[in-house]
Ligand binder design. Sequence first.
Ligand code: FRU
Length: 487
Amino acid sequence: MPCSTTKLEEARTYEAREGNAIPADDRPSFHLTPWTGWMNDPNGFCYYQGAYHLFYQYYPYDTVWGPMHWGHAMSTDLLHWTYLPCAIAPDTPADAAGCFSGTAVPTPDGQLILLYTGVQKVGKQDKQTQCLAVGNGTDFVKEAVNPVIDEDQLPAGGSSVDFRDPKIWYEDGQYHCVVSTRDAQDQGRILLYESPDARHWTYRTTLDRCRSEYGMMWECPDFFPLEGRQVLIVSPQEMEATPDGEFHAGYGIVALVGDYDKEQARFTRQWVQTLDSGMDFYAPQSVLTPDGRRVIIGWMQNWANTNDTPRRHRWFGRMSLPRELFLRGDRLCQRPVRELETMWKTTVRRSGVLEGEARYEGLSGRHLDLSLTLDATAQCSGFCLRFAEDGRHHTDIQWDPVKETLALDRSLSGSRRDFVHRREVPVQPREGKLTLRLILDNDCAELFVNDGERVLSAVLETPREADGISLYSEGALPFEMVQHDLA
Ligand code: FRU
């Protein structure tokens, strides 16, 4: 069915008019926001014909969630994005109640396939199936026979109320996809399907399930090889916090790292960890870059605080900074994409011994890439990096070397809402040092600890004029600092 429907045309006309009227400095500089209206999950993150394409869950007409469309943007450096017209709208029987999350893959003959979840109402219930649209990078035509994976292709016990978020890839001459469902015991399950043509799919196996741990329904699966291991990433609903501080309650992001026997389609987990310990990161999706890097991007928000977050602009929701994934021992780590270095405007290095409070000439701003190396063998009993600071507001990174914990605290960042403002995680020095790298882009803060062993992301409501930065140490603390202001 061609996509030049009224609904799609309406969305395209609306977003071009409303989106272009939003001043550029209402947005962060290099974190993608919706052209206009609402954004949640990243969708269809791919590299196609010389550029990265990123689609997103999109409701153009309001800053709250509504019938899902797919927004679309393109970039050559993963940081500067150009808006493209809305890709798909909920305009066919199989997706009349929404085009939910999914992914994209280039075909061997040069087209781009979108595999997404179509939602339709059956009585009072949602029915979710997997649908296909094919295009050339801007315009997409929905398959006449959608859905391409229907409820009768669910294994016994799988629920078509929760059957969504396909991740598609092409390998060894055929298409593969993983899809989430919830089984009769309310357990999230990741299903593997295979197809010769992306239209006719066969259920192969269940790759993993939550086994009464790691939440209930698992949303937005991703599945890929990395440095000889296999990684399954899921975004569970209804997580329980764990005593070791690895997982917090509510919506989480879980990486299951293990081995994959491709012949037998058998995934064996080796370890399980989170990917972000902050307040605002969910539903990430990855792309393989032409130079072989596995890069993920997430929705920089959390469903738990979404309704309570004030709408300050005519857009709502943003993507995280894209991050390169790598393994270090038994830990899946992340670094900001190296393209960020092309945005370094100035570089200032400082070092010394910190004791009490310190401020430095030129150390301020809300567009920064700031790295600190702290001597963890020193007689320091507490350290704080304070940023987005004015007389009334600030956000803190607090390190307790005695308890070996690190906290991101935005309690005084300007929010008037009583949701989670502080998260604390265990951290251990590496080779006698703790390293912190803070990326600030206006109201987006992302902290990479010990070269990406842990990441904490948070959105701040602090007025942009609050750009002070200060350091504090209880006891003498040798440090090195590198400050890059970002263009
Ligand atoms: C995750 C999610 C997906 C779903 C989409 C709907 O944030 O709930 O499971 O496809 O959002 O917008």
